[in-house]
Design a protein around this ligand. Structure first.
Ligand SMILES: *Cc1c(COP(=O)(O)O)cnc(C)c1O
Ligand code: SF4
Length: 342
């Protein structure tokens, strides 16, 4: 289960950043029960939805819920966030740590799985809770890099030979305050070999108001090129507020990529995927990975079989320019990179 405690980081020594907008308030006001979300969309509330017995609580910012189609029980955004009774059913092959994260843990919150890049779990919290998320059962209370045991993370990063890129992930790293991000980047700047900083964040899509003037100021003063990988699974996740947030980042020279998860009933149709890639490009983000579902406990209803996934990729190759075709991958424990599926 994700937790939402703020991380305690070394304090930033830089100039004070401007007060941030109302994004935290928007998180406090997020929709937290299936009944409330269904009512908001004008949908009937069934007995399944009045007492959600799920391990991973629901959380949906209104900014995201407003992009759902009222009255549509099959809305692709709704299906990503609505808990389902099926989540408590055990399915063979589905477990708590499907990608072997715990095996690549080097220090608290530090995952070093692939050459040259280290992933830091900045926080366990997210603005939205996606039902298919593979990290929903990660022990976040123990596993945050910028916490009490940050010094251990720094020691590992200082001693590791091949760290050229730091990836801030989670959870969602933009759940940290800009002041905390600033403290973190100041620490990372003490490491001599870093060439790139990467953020894996869904917040420009789920809560675009997170891209505040203070955050943009932080982005501008980073000593490394910044790669920001957003996560959108359907074209309907983009609207003008998302476009504007991404435009602000592009204007600061941020490299934008989108990763998506192939999800049954949500984006497993050729037209839907073509629209997603084109819409993401329009917003300034090139397609990066299309992930096969990580087999996390409770997510079985989202799985797309391999044959269908391959056929979908073929239709993308037939219809899109090469640079709009994502790489279909699966994350496998013990492999030196995400396994390409051809
Ligand atoms: C996905 C992932 C990365 C990043 O891999 P890229 O192929 O560079 O995008 C790095 N570390 C971990 C632990 C990962 O899961
Ligand atoms: S935003 Fe990302 S990390 Fe958070 S629940 Fe969704 S998929 Fe998981």
């Amino acid at each position: 289960m994700l937790i939402s405690q703020p991380a305690s980081l070394p304090r930033s020594t830089g100039r004070p950043l401007r007060a941030e907008g109302d994004w935290r308030q928007q998180i406090r006001q997020a929709v937290r029960t299936p009944a409330a979300l269904l009512e908001f969309l004008g949908l009937p509330v069934g007995p399944d939805h009045t007492d959600p017995e799920v391990a991973f609580p629901m959380r949906v910012p209104l900014a995201f819920a407003r992009r759902m189609r009222p009255g549509d029980r099959s809305d692709p955004l709704l299906l990503q966030v609505l808990p389902d009774a099926d989540e408590s059913r055990a399915a063979s092959g589905f477990g708590p740590d499907p990608v072997g994260d715990m095996a690549s843990r080097q220090a608290p919150g530090v995952l070093h799985k692939y050459a040259g890049r280290v992933l830091l779990i900045a926080t366990g919290a997210c603005a939205i809770h996606c039902r298919y998320c593979f990290r929903q059962q990660f022990p976040y209370a123990e596993e945050r890099a910028p916490g009490r045991r940050w010094q251990q993370a720094m020691e590992y990063l200082t001693a590791a030979e091949d760290v050229e890129e730091i990836i801030l992930s989670g959870g969602d790293p933009l759940m940290l305050s800009t002041r905390q991000l600033s403290g973190l980047s100041e620490q990372l700047a003490l490491l001599p070999g870093i060439k790139r900083l990467r953020l894996h964040t869904r917040m420009p899509v789920t809560l675009p108001d997170r891209i505040t003037p203070a955050f943009l100021t932080w982005v501008e003063q980073l000593p490394w090129p910044l790669v920001l990988v957003i996560h959108a699974n359907h074209a309907a996740e983009f609207d003008h507020t998302v476009d504007l947030a991404l435009l602000k980042l592009r204007k600061r020279g941020v490299h934008l990529l989108n990763q998506a998860v192939l999800l049954a009933g949500i984006n497993d149709q050729p037209d839907v995927l073509v629209n997603l890639m084109e819409r993401s490009f329009l917003a300034g983000a090139l397609p990066y990975y299309l992930h096969l579902l990580d087999r996390v406990h409770g997510a079985q209803r989202f799985e797309v079989d391999l044959g269908r996934a391959r056929a979908l990729m073929e239709s993308l190759r037939l219809r899109l320019p090469g640079y709009l075709v994502p790489r279909l991958v699966r994350e496998e424990q013990g492999q030196p990179y995400k396994t390409p599926i051809l």
